[in-house]
Every structure is written in structure tokens, then in C-alpha cells.
Design a protein around this ligand. Structure first.
Ligand SMILES: [Zn+2]
Length: 86
């Protein structure tokens, strides 16, 4: 599994709404990828906090948008700037 796949499945993974096979693949990726581990951790925290603030505090549409943004941010990550040589 790649980072892109992990992020794509993240919502379902957190909701425990993923096939066992994919859960296993996600866990294996998370064990070896600190970046995705951080993304999962912060997303779970955020959702946990949102749930504590009250039910429906994050409407489904808004939540989906959040995951879309997360995914877009992940996919458009820029490499670190190279030192200018000229
Ligand atoms: Zn990853």
C-alpha cells in the first residue's frame, strides 16, 4: 500500500468500515510510514474532539471535504526546496 492509498482509505479505516484485507494493508503501511501515522493520529484526534463537541458538529459533507483536502494536500506535497546553485 502507498501513502496515496492510505489517505484514500483513511476515512473508512477510522470508521472501521474497511475490508479486513485493507485494514491489514493499512496497518502494515502505518507501521512503516511515520508520515501516515501522524496523519492518522491527528485526524483521529480531530474527529474525537468533534464528537465530544456534540453529535453532528461536523456534517457529512464537510467531513468529506476535509478528507478531500487532506488527500489533496498529501498528493500535492512539494519536495523540499533545493539549494539554489546559480
Ligand atoms: Zn505513508
Amino acid at each position: 500500500m502507498q501513502c496515496e492509498d492510505l489517505v484514500a482509505y483513511l476515512s473508512d479505516y477510522i470508521d472501521r468500515d474497511l475490508d479486513e484485507e485493507l485494514v491489514q494493508a493499512a496497518r502494515e503501511h502505518l507501521a512503516t510510514c511515520p508520515n501516515c501515522h501522524i496523519v492518522l493520529d491527528s485526524t483521529e484526534r480531530m474527529l474525537h474532539f468533534a464528537r465530544q463537541s456534540g453529535p453532528q458538529s461536523i456534517p457529512v459533507g464537510r467531513r468529506q471535504k476535509l478528507f478531500d483536502e487532506l488527500q489533496a494536500a498529501f498528493l500535492t506535497r512539494q519536495p523540499p526546496p533545493a539549494n539554489p546553485t546559480d
